[in-house]
Design a protein around this ligand. Sequence first.
Ligand code: PHE
Length: 453
Amino acid sequence: MAQQNGHPTFSSRIGFILVTAGAAVGLGNVWSFTYVAGKNGGGGFMLVYLLTLACIATPVFMAELLLGRMGKASPTMALKNLQESVGSKLPWRLPAWLGLGSTILILSFYSVIAGQVMAYGGEALQGGFAGWSPEQVTALDASYKSGVLQPTLWAGIFMAMSALIVSAGVREGLERTSRYLMPALFVMLIGLVGFAAVKGDLSAAVDFLFGFNEMKLSPTIFMEAVGQAFFTLSVGVGGIMIYGSYMGADVNLPRATLWIVLMDLLVALLAGMAIFPLLFAHNMDPAVGPGLVFVTLPLVFSEIPGGALVAFVFFLLLTFAAITSSIALMSPMTQRLVEAGWKRSKAAWFVASLAFAFSMLTTLSFNNWSDFYPLAFIGLDHHTFFDLIREGVNNIVLPFGGLAFALMIAWGLKRDDVRNSLPMQEGGLFSLWYGALKYLVPIAIIALFISVI
Ligand code: PHE
């Protein structure tokens, strides 16, 4: 990171924010946000999502960053160091180990979706989607998923690219790239929203996402909204802890948190406002499932002037956003293996191969095994391997990790030590954050778990 007379410069603070925002912004904002919001009926989901994001996931995000900055090692080691520093007998490392396992599971479906994004970029290069009808677009998604070879190949390419970047350890390069690509993604999305507002049914989309009058609420919707809030901020697995361990003492932690969360939220809202107006204009079903972006985005590009180029650039930017998140997902396990004496490149390729092997479960869930529900016997009907992995990790493991991080900060460490290491003044914002971690987060997450049992 940039240094000036031994002090990190202003640019390094912006750099930190952009790189960490890169870890947060990814397929979660475009693919999973729209798919989960669509599946859960919009308004009610959005309300819970926004509340959870602000009151639960954001305080935990800041807690995870701080644990990383205080522990200065891979999550398992960092938490062990902190546990020893306070002489606790509790298994502080447990959530970090669970986190390591879940990063592989997340990558296993993340790589398949990212692979399809890349394949669509390739499709755009070959002439794009000009003049395509909704039926043609839906058929492309179906035919892509009906084979095993293509999705497997693209998932493999995606994991290989991630492994190459992680083994090269190109943090600086990434920082420089994020500086341009993140704003580029914003500009692109704003353009698409403008287009969707003109060509699509904007008021139906606004009604769907923010029309709280026809609100549907159920424990499942709560669960999905909480899971999405944690997933989109990358919180609960230890990935953010690693970014915290690189964070200089000069970075204002609450301010950095605020910027990152706002950027992440903005990308999701823009993606929603780019996709839903066209979906409603074509009378399509918002609850189609994980293929939602793949049956709607090409429609945006089918009508846009210069659509092929716009589509290519968009899928490229989205691939980049997915890679920066994939790096965050690979880091905890890679770092742990490096601490155990492995060479960085060996560790990175090992992690990528493991994720790639598991990606078969998602690939097959979209074709041959789309009617195979492994846990139907315990009542989880209509849940493929992909559904079980995504919902299990996002809705249970991430909130559990977040709960553990909140408890460590607010109940495990000393209040003054936490405050001094931020550093923040007593009262005001600090009390609000600390109180949220001490009471609100544990009560909300435990209540949620109880309600769905
Ligand atoms: N937040 C990332 C996204 O929205 C996904 C992610 C989850 C990354 C957990 C790291 C850890 O795409």
